[in-house]
Design a protein around this ligand. Structure first.
Ligand code: C5P
Length: 224
């Protein structure tokens, strides 16, 4: 039986992670936060002193990545476990995001993680969020969304999030980082960040997450 997959792609800070969680909970579907895989790989590379330009070693590290997602209580959400250690907090820093986008630009790394991502698809269904869920990983997905927002708005949201989590943050620095990560994610040769041809593009700059959710649910109803 074909597993229904819903893909939500977009740049960092577009709200796709929050949206994916909402939709997965609503439908009782599994959730794939594909960015977490690249974030964990980046942290594994730093931990084992693998140079971020050593493509062969990074691809090997991706192949053998000892990563688990552990569903804990609802409040804490999903725990991310690397080699037995809880790295859930460590992978959420802006630095970890930047490291992730460096290793994610390597084609052999992406190939190594492809099957692992597809294995998340199981009944009753999957909501997958990332950069290339609709274009590369699940090209035959039942419904595809591309969520975007202006760089300024995304930097502002990211700043608020970091402060709420107790991290230090500077808005102008974050805006620069957001723009740098966009450029790297959109400019890379493999699986660049772009909407799939059959994706519904939603701009959340002026919308609340609730308004975005409504549009997604409407589209899902339309598709049946
Ligand atoms: O979504 P998140 O911000 O956690 O992703 C971190 C980085 O991982 C992104 O900037 C991007 O370079 C990379 N990534 C990717 N493909 C995905 C998900 C994330 O290249 N499907």
């Amino acid at each position: 039986q074909q597993v229904p997959v819903i893909t939500i792609d977009g740049p960092s800070g577009s709200g796709k992670g929050t949206l994916a969680k909402l939709i997965a909970t609503e439908l009782g579907f599994a959730l794939l936060d594909s960015g977490a895989l690249y974030r964990v790989l980046g942290q594994a590379a730093l931990k084992h002193s693998v140079a971020l330009d050593d493509e062969a070693a990074l691809a090997a590290a991706a192949e053998s990545l000892d990563l688990r997602f552990e569903v804990s209580d609802a409040e804490e959400g999903v725990k991310v476990i690397l080699e037995g250690d809880d790295v859930s907090r460590q992978i959420r820093t802006e630095q970890a995001g930047a490291t992730a986008s460096v290793v994610a630009a390597i084609p052999a790394v992406r190939t190594a993680l492809l099957q692992r991502q597809r294995d998340f698809a199981s009944l009753p269904g999957l909501v997958a969020d990332g950069r290339d869920m609709g274009t590369v990983v699940f090209p035959r997905a039942a419904a595809k969304f591309f969520l975007t927002a202006s760089a300024e708005e995304r930097a502002q949201r990211r700043y608020k999030q970091l402060i709420e989590k107790g991290f230090d943050a500077s808005l102008p620095v974050i805006l620069e980082e957001v723009k740098a990560r966009d450029a790297r994610d959109m400019g890379r040769a493999v699986a660049p960040l772009k909407p799939a041809e059959d994706a519904l593009v939603l701009d959340s700059t002026q919308l609340s997450i609730e308004q975005v959710r409504e549009q997604v649910v409407e589209q899902l109803n339309r598709l049946g």
